[in-house]
Write a protein that binds this ligand. Structure first.
Ligand SMILES: [Zn+2]
Length: 257
């Protein structure tokens, strides 16, 4: 099955009638492993006297497109890439309130890293644009490393990783046009440890050799995709399973429920 997107009720930077509100429903979904990581990160920050308040999490294809158009038209200052390039579209990125952390960004980075979150900037300066953005890459980090190592050449490492994460949730990535399933299979093979070269939506000799050696080459494309997704689920169970219970998300009493 696809990597599921599940609901998360979490305190946000937004207020309703002067009371802090939960993250709006349309952006309050993420992958199970991201949800678990947010829960652990919240506890970690709270133990140090801060709070984790989110300003953004999930963006649908249409939300990302609108955000990109707003940036292009200068209605929005913060850069927003076109659909297909952001881990927000995979329910794997959080934007947070840096002030509420009540600690220097350099102190927060190790806490975030311990829970699997990567910053998107190179140095911990809260003055930089996107200092508030963190990615929970999960197994899609393997796609990033595949491209950093030069095994894939058609995309930048981050764009390839984002495409992999988005496709894994069953959402389309425009660059692969009519070859969404082929690209999803290729991303899956890279996450399973195979070198299939560039992720381009064209299943070539390397992809078929990987599918054959893993016993995932089935009679048709849909069956092959299902076999790859099953193998991914077996390899990365936290990305498919909800392990945190509802009580792990205790919103402060002043938050609207
Ligand atoms: Zn962001």
């Amino acid at each position: 099955m696809h990597s599921p997107l599940i609901r998360i009720d979490f305190p946000s930077i937004y207020f309703s009638a002067g009371i802090r509100a939960l993250l709006p429903r349309k952006m309050a979904v993420c992958t199970p492993d991201t949800r678990d990581a947010i829960s652990r990160l919240q506890k970690s920050v709270q133990q140090r006297g801060g709070e984790l308040y989110l300003s953004d999490l999930y963006r649908s294809h249409d939300m990302q497109l609108q955000s990109h158009l707003d940036w292009q038209a200068k209605r929005k200052v913060a850069f927003s890439p076109p659909p297909g390039g952001s881990l927000h579209e995979a329910g794997r990125s959080i934007d947070l309130d840096l002030d509420a952390l009540k600690m220097p960004l350099a102190d927060f980075w190790p806490l975030a890293k311990a829970e699997g979150f990567s910053p998107i900037i190179a140095t911990p300066s809260s003055q930089l644009s996107e200092a508030w953005h963190f990615d929970h890459r999960g197994s899609h980090h393997l796609v990033y490393e595949h491209y950093v190592a030069g095994r894939g050449r058609n995309l930048k490492p981050y764009a390839a990783m984002a495409a992999s994460a988005i496709l894994s949730t069953g959402v389309i990535v425009d660059r692969f046009a009519d070859n969404q399933r082929e690209a999803t299979i290729q991303c899956g093979l890279v996450r399973l440890g195979f070198d299939i070269g560039s992720i381009d939506g064209e299943l070539g000799a390397k992809s078929f050799a990987a599918l054959d050696s893993a016993g995932l080459h089935k009679s048709d494309l849909d069956a092959t995709l299902t076999a790859v997704e099953d193998a991914l689920q077996a390899a990365f169970p936290p990305e498919f399973e909800e392990t945190a219970g509802p009580d792990d998300f205790v919103a402060p009493s002043h938050v609207i429920q």
